[in-house]
Design a protein around this ligand. Structure first.
Ligand code: SF4
Length: 484
């Protein structure tokens, strides 16, 4: 699936999001609440930072031994009667899943929430082939009815108000318009339950894939994922290759951190572990199971030294802590992965069209502090920025920074520039700050003032202050310095 933005698209999306007051209020409310809940859970957890370091080590270990762990995972799944397909990219993954559907004359598919399937545009590929695909996570179901993309990786429909959902259900499901959340949820549930029984194929993702046992782990709060992977006769799981971990012990460790960081819960309502097709003595479960291991640029990213971002466990905590995400929301990022992790991952997976995303950050470091696996997102963003600016031809901005570097690295140049800058500020009558500059500096002063240049540089002030202090301590009653 190709990213939906160009440079100007990105700016237009940002402007549209900034103009949407309701979106901003919803995002800020959600972000504050989830971030506060995360902090509370972390504070209650004994030596949370030791736990985070262990989780980071587990994820890095998985990446370091990726080929071997993936082969172990494959062998385990095959041994249990499952099928494994290694998909190099989105096209290969979609074609394989479509082939499986055609082989089994599938018409109706139910899906649980899966960012990986969003990444490859799976719904569109299946629907274009005439298949009926139904999202069963409540947030995703609402978005599917509304024809909208997700805004947040954990709370996909957060931008919609109860009144929006009431109207949507009235229009699409024909129910009386109501703001009663229980009634709305019950309406969705009764429709979804019927579809689980009719579907011939279920598609899920997985939070983790355990190599040593061939187990896929899925954590949810609604339980719909369990219907998806156990009621239809055919189950397909699509999993990014980076989700593989070594052992069930590693899984237990990560399960302590993921819900605490994502929703502020000590554990989600459902933790489902599944191991392929139903065995003869199992009371239920799919007769056939396919695991699609998706690369889609991940190996390249690993080879380029950006593997750290692949340790992400998709908790969304960085979004809840990010002031930029909370102002512009998920759609502005133009693809499935929003917020700080999306600003790193999207340009790496969709190299050609997302070069502005690494600049959509204040680099305040809140995302790094909130990340349960300690991904140094600001450092990765800076590296991507540096690569983006190196790739640029000479621009006014580069020229400006080049001049600035010349001035700032030479004390003589710096003091002269400071002196002349101050005189220019006086001549232009700027007062304390320039509030509106002509183009191209107008892009700066749209959002902030440009301070006028001070009469004295800090280094001069500091030297003078030190000298005054020394003279006072040696009894010089005038307190004069050589500069005065
Ligand atoms: S980068 Fe860290 S905080 Fe952000 S979603 Fe991934 S694991 Fe969570």
């Amino acid at each position: 699936m190709k990213i939906r933005q160009s440079r100007s698209d990105f700016r237009q999306r940002v402007r549209a999001s900034l103009a949407d007051e309701n979106l901003r209020i919803s995002l800020q409310n959600l972000g504050r609440r989830m971030d506060k809940d995360r902090q509370q859970r972390w504070a209650e957890t004994q030596d949370i930072n030791a736990l985070r370091r262990q989780a980071q080590a587990v994820r890095l270990d998985g990446l370091r031994h990726l080929p071997e762990l993936l082969e172990t995972l494959e062998a385990k799944v095959l041994a249990r009667g499952g099928h494994v397909y290694w998909a190099e990219d989105a096209i290969a993954a979609n074609e394989y899943i479509l082939d499986v559907a055609h082989q089994h004359n599938v018409q109706r598919i139910v899906k649980s929430k899966s960012m990986t399937s969003e990444e490859i545009g799976l719904n569109r590929a299946l629907q274009d082939a005439g298949l009926e695909v139904l999202e069963t996570d409540l947030g995703e179901y609402i978005l599917q009815l509304a024809g909208q993309p997700p805004t947040h990786i954990v709370a996909p429909a957060v931008h919609l108000r109860i009144s929006d959902i009431a109207r949507l259900f009235h229009e699409k499901l024909g129910m009386p318009e109501t703001y009663d959340i229980e009634l709305l949820t019950a309406a969705a549930r009764s429709r979804l339950r019927r579809q689980f029984l009719r579907a011939e194929m279920g598609i899920t993702g997985a939070n983790f894939a355990v190599a040593e046992t061939g187990t896929l782990a899925m954590i949810t709060n609604e339980g719909n994922g369990r219907f998806v992977n156990s009621l239809p006769p055919l189950h397909v799981a699509i999993v990014g290759v980076e989700k593989v971990i070594r052992s069930l012990e590693d899984l237990l460790l990560l399960l302590q951190l993921l819900p605490r960081s994502a929703t502020g819960q000590t554990l989600t309502s459902y933790v489902s572990l599944y191991n392929g097709p139903a065995r003869p003595d199992d009371p239920d479960g799919p007769g056939e199971f396919h695991l699609v291991l998706l690369d889609n640029g991940r190996s390249r990213l690993l080879a380029d030294g950006y593997g750290e971002i692949l340790t992400c466990i998709r908790c969304g905590a960085c979004m809840n802590a990010c002031p930029v995400y909370q102002a512009i929301g998920g759609e502005a990022y133009g693809w499935v992965y929003p917020g700080p992790m999306g600003s790193v991952l999207t340009p790496l997976l969709q190299t050609e069209k997302a070069s502005e995303l690494p600049f959509a950050s204040t680099l305040c470091g809140a995302c790094r502090d909130a990340c349960p696996v300690m991904i140094d997102l600001p450092r990765l963003l800076l590296r991507l920025r540096s690569q983006a600016s190196e790739a640029q031809r000479l621009t006014l901005e580069r020229l400006g920074f080049h001049l600035w570097a010349n001035v700032a690295t030479d004390p003589g140049h710096f003091h002269r520039a400071q002196k002349w800058g101050h005189i220019a500020s006086l001549l232009l009558g700027l007062g304390k700050a320039l509030r509106r500059a002509p183009w191209p500096l107008s892009r700066w002063t749209q959002m902030r003032y440009f301070p006028s240049v001070a009469q004295e540089s800090f280094s001069h002030y500091w030297v003078r202050r030190q000298q005054n202090g020394r003279e006072q301590s040696t009894g010089n009653p005038e307190g004069t310095s050589s500069e005065n």
